[in-house]
Design a protein around this ligand. Structure first.
Ligand SMILES: Nc1ncnc2c1ncn2[C@@H]1O[C@H](COP(=O)(O)OP(=O)(O)O)[C@@H](O)[C@H]1O
Ligand SMILES: [Mg+2]
Length: 371
């Protein structure tokens, strides 16, 4: 029986545990005990922080683990890369993981490789004037989930934006970027030994300026096929430049009203917000989670797609309070895949964690809400 180590055990990661069991694997759950919802779904549980790379590598060597996996969890990316290298497992390198989790290194890599158009950027230096023209985007180089990302339109907003970015940052480095106006998409892919498979493109709705928290995702994208082909070509060049040769990835782009495509960022992991755990499978018929596990074990097979459908998720928050009525009025519709509403007042969106509920749909057409 092959053995797989799974990093992270909070509730959203349950599909990974269920799939590994369905595949007949012996599962090792690695996470802090507190909040480790999935630990009861694994054969073994190890109360180790998912960032303790040495302890995890020791465990994987000792237990002769065949593959290590996580998903939609940015802090796990460098740790998995370390374990891949120490234990000779299939996955990305430490160098690639650094480029994926440090937005400065990512921007430099894409600039130097000319893989794709991207916003002008510079690292904030309090002793120098910012050379990029307003409006700007201010963000930490090492955060995720829109934490500390702010649009700055006038000089008097800069101080507050720098403070937010600094608060969300661990390394104290802040990126200043040209602000690209337009629609936003993400691209969901899986790679194996350097061969890339683009699975689908996701259209996003966000709160927009100034905090850009995502409020809905829809697959497939509504953009014309020629533009989608251009985006997919960009993704393949980006994956090659950054060095993502194995595993899931999630790349984000802005598309201007003139149809110009700008790279925002890429993660060496599947997208959160149900994108990789649910939406890809629902819209393409491809079992993405199984593919990720097979990739980690080195037994990956080329993706086979099922009937194409539409899938999506709407998130409930103060800004999207109409979603509550939408859920209440539609919860019994056949296209509702799942939904959830927290008790208590709705929160205003500053980051993804402020959301108060969600509804996932799966249908032969896009489900739209009349607001
Ligand atoms: N240069 C930019 N121009 C316009 N919008 C941006 C830019 N950079 C980031 N954003 C917006 O902010 C969001 C979060 O920024 P991102 O770089 O993806 O950081 P995170 O890792 O927190 O997701 C993006 O999804 C996008 O909506
Ligand atoms: Mg992002």
């Amino acid at each position: 029986m092959k053995k797989i180590a799974i990093l992270g055990a909070s509730k959203p990661h349950l599909p990974l545990f269920l799939k590994a069991k369905e595949m007949g694997l012996e599962t090792y759950c690695i996470a802090w005990a507190q909040g480790a919802f999935c630990k009861d779904y694994a054969d073994h549980f190890h109360d180790i922080s998912i960032t303790d790379k040495e302890a995890i590598a020791d465990l994987c060597s000792r237990e002769h683990i065949d593959g290590i996996i996580s998903n939609a969890l940015e802090p796990a990316v460098p740790v998995m890369a370390y374990v891949h290298e120490i234990c000779g497992l299939n996955g990305i390198s430490v160098e690639t993981a650094r480029r994926c989790t440090d937005k400065k290194l990512m921007r430099i890599c894409i600039r130097d490789s000319k893989a794709c158009m991207q916003p002008d950027f510079e690292i904030y230096d309090p002793n120098k004037c910012i050379s990029i023209r307003m409006p700007l985007i201010v963000k930490p180089t090492d955060s995720s989930c829109s934490n500390g990302v702010t649009k700055v339109t006038t000089p008097d907003e800069l101080g507050n934006a720098l403070g937010r970015a600094m608060e969300a940052s661990s390394n104290g480095e802040i990126l200043i970027e040209e602000c690209i106006e337009g629609a936003e998409v993400s691209v969901e892919s899986i790679s194996f030994k350097g061969e890339h498979h683009i699975l689908t493109i996701t259209d996003k709705e966000t709160t927009g300026s100034p905090y850009f928290v995502e409020t809905a995702h829809h697959q497939p994208s509504h953009f014309p096929v020629e533009l989608q082909a251009e985006i997919k070509d960009n993704v393949k060049r980006i994956l090659n430049a950054i060095g993502i040769d194995n595993g899931a990835s999630h790349a984000e782009f802005k598309i201007t009203p003139e149809g110009k495509v700008y790279f925002i960022e890429i993660g060496a992991r599947g997208g959160g917000d149900f994108i990789s755990y649910e939406l890809v499978r629902l819209s393409t018929g491809y079992d993405y989670v199984k593919g990720m596990i097979e990739c980690a074990l080195g037994t990956f097979k080329k993706p086979v797609f099922g009937p194409q459908k539409h899938s999506g998720v709407y998130f409930l928050s103060e800004e999207t309070s109409y979603i509550r009525d939408f859920i209440l009025n539609n919860q019994n519709q056949p296209w509702v895949y799942d939904f959830h509403m927290d008790n208590g007042p709705l929160r205003s969106l500053r980051k993804s964690q402020d959301r108060s509920g969600w509804i996932i749909y799966n249908s032969d057409h896009k489900i739209e809400i009349n607001r």
